[in-house]
Design a protein around this ligand. Structure first.
Ligand SMILES: O=P(O)(O)OC[C@H]1O[C@H](O)[C@H](O)[C@@H](O)[C@@H]1O
Length: 549
């Protein structure tokens, strides 16, 4: 057994689980009418109601014990203070410094990083103003109308998700495009919608070595030069965001047109850095600063609120309760705002790339589950697709319901219908439908006797399916910033308790190495023999067909 599973807090939770796993939330609500008053937290214009979880006050106390046993408060301070908590890469983890609107010094290797953070923000702001005002002109003297972000993973999902989420705040002249896939279909389709004279390419890559991004960037450059002809025009149409100035220069982008960030910013935590440039271009400097301010406010809440009133901490602990004690393999993210439709995809990288680990910080194999599978869709669409399984299937999948009270982009009648569904689903998952209720409904519909008995088992809902409800005041830059930071910190807390490094991603390397080798093999006609028989056969089958085709 590992130190975690042997620990007193873990053992106590295991015993407690045996005692209460049979309890139904209906009973818990009936026994305590004030349950949701106690089991809710308000911060940063977000209300978290976590009362529809299979917990009692004792569960919460034991979960807090688990967090204390893991030394969570010290780990939180270590992250904010710039300690090198990403031990496998010997790096600090300071996405919080990027949005440190209080501007208090944050020291890494003896240097305050805030002056350079502020200087890049300043340059980003000036550049965005010029593009948005129409002062930044393309090679024929026209203002920019289309912005194409080329990047993948953390250099795509954050900017894409935020630009979609805050479309209501977007600049009316600017069309945003995001190209991540190396499947040429995506860039071809995008370029078809753009004109060279009015398109700005933002090439985003932390490492500037990512093959998908560089391939797409070269294709964009070739397309551009076919019309613009002179290399000197590139400066007006290509900018880069990276930590690797050398590789940016080698690609042919003037480093004056490069916006820098640093190795203490993880890719999936980078939207607050210059990787947020497409966001700032689309929404404007002030809205980008508002996004940072919202995240900063959540950082303050996270850092300074006692654990039992701390929103990210409580969400982390509830997640652990289901993953490790109920054996839940997955966790569902269901935004009820259409504009948050890329949030589940964003959360997949944030959570699974952070905590999808089976080796702990000491290099030992873990003997407990870590990151759940994160999945989801907009809630309304999910209701008409996979919610059947969530209501009556055999798997327990806790759900996060997310909606905003106000939504600038929706029509009032639509919003009422949307929110009615949002409230109803969380209630339905909690209470279910008893046999007596189902029987009563059948009777009311005039279905009796044998037919009623046959249908009855299918009409029963067990309920007792847990969910968190997150109600945002409105979906604006500030609140979205806070919401994203909330999940970042939730994931961090879970990583601390699971004792994994949430900030490396070695698991993505093997596939990249093999792809490089196979790419070289695909370029030669001779059959491949260097792999296992399945891989050889697939490659050779492909080669033969591609040659004949
Ligand atoms: O920004 P880049 O260096 O191009 O990396 C893009 C993405 O690819 C990598 O493989 C990682 O899995 C991601 O964490 C990263 O965000």
């Amino acid at each position: 057994m590992s130190a975690l599973t042997e620990s007193p807090a873990w053992q106590a939770l295991g015993k407690h689980f045996q005692a209460i796993s049979g309890l139904h939330m209906r009973e818990l609500f009936a026994a305590d009418p004030g349950r949701s008053d106690v089991m809710s937290i308000e911060a940063c214009d977000i209300l978290l109601d976590y009362s529809k979880n299979r917990v009692t006050p004792t569960t919460l106390k034991l979960l807090i014990d688990l967090a204390l046993q893991a030394g969570l408060p010290d780990r939180i301070e270590a992250m904010f203070n710039g300690e090198k908590i990403n031990v496998t890469e010997n790096r600090a983890v300071l996405h919080t410094a990027l949005r440190n609107r209080a501007n208090t010094p944050v020291i890494v290797d003896g240097e305050d990083v805030m002056p350079k953070v502020n200087s890049v923000l300043e340059r980003m702001g000036n550049f965005c103003n010029a593009v948005r005002n129409g002062d930044w002109l393309g090679y024929t003297g026209q203002p920019i109308t289309d912005i194409v972000n080329i990047g993948i993973g953390g250099s795509d999902l954050g900017p894409l998700m935020v630009c979609e989420a805050l479309k209501a705040f977007g600049h009316p002249r600017l069309n945003m495009h995001f190209v991540s896939n190396v499947d040429g279909a995506q860039i071809v389709d995008t370029l078809r919608k753009c004109h060279t004279a009015t398109t700005l390419f933002v090439i985003e890559s932390k490492t500037f070595t990512t093959s998908e991004t560089l391939t797409n960037a070269h294709t964009a450059r070739d397309w551009f030069l076919r019309s613009a002809r002179y290399e000197s025009t590139i400066a007006k149409h290509f900018v880069a965001v990276s930590t690797n100035a050398k590789a940016v220069a080698e690609f042919g982008i003037d480093t004056n047109n490069m916006f820098e960030f640093w190795n203490w910013v993880g890719g999936r935590y980078s939207l607050w850095s210059a990787i947020g440039l497409p966001i700032a271009l689309y929404l404007g400097r002030q809205h980008f600063l508002d996004l940072l301010a919202g995240a900063h406010e959540m950082d303050q809440h996270f850092r300074h609120t006692p654990l039992e009133r701390n929103m990210p901490v409580m969400m982390a602990l509830l997640g652990i309760w289901y993953v490790n004690f109920f054996g839940a393999a997955s966790h569902v993210i269901t935004p009820y705002n259409q504009s948050l439709h890329r949030l589940p995809a964003y959360m997949q990288q944030l959570d699974m790339e952070s905590n999808g680990k089976s080796t702990d910080m000491n290099g030992h194999a873990v003997d407990y589950q870590t990151s759940p599978i994160i999945w989801g869709e907009t809630g309304i669409n999910g209701q008409h697709a996979y919610f059947q399984m969530l209501h009556q299937g055999t798997q327990l999948s806790p759900i996060d319901f997310i909606a905003s009270i106000e939504n600038p982009s929706t029509l009032p009648r639509h919003h009422t219908i949307l929110l009615a569904n949002f409230f109803a689903q969380a209630e339905a998952f909690m209470r279910g439908k008893t046999e007596a209720e189902a029987r009563g409904e059948l009777l009311a519909a005039g279905i009796e006797g044998e037919q009623a008995e046959r249908l009855l088992p299918h009409k029963i809902f067990g309920g007792n399916r847990p969910s968190n409800t997150l109600l945002l005041g409105q979906l604006d830059p500030t609140t979205l910033g806070a919401l994203i930071a909330l999940y970042e910190h939730k994931i961090f807390c879970q990583g601390v308790i699971w004792n994994v490094n949430s900030f490396d991603q070695w698991g993505v390397e093997l596939g990249k190495q093999l792809a490089k080798q196979i790419q070289a093999e695909l370029d030669i006609a001779a059959p491949t023999q260097s792999h296992d028989s399945s891989t050889n056969r697939l490659i050779n089958f492909y080669k033969q067909r591609a040659r004949n085709g």
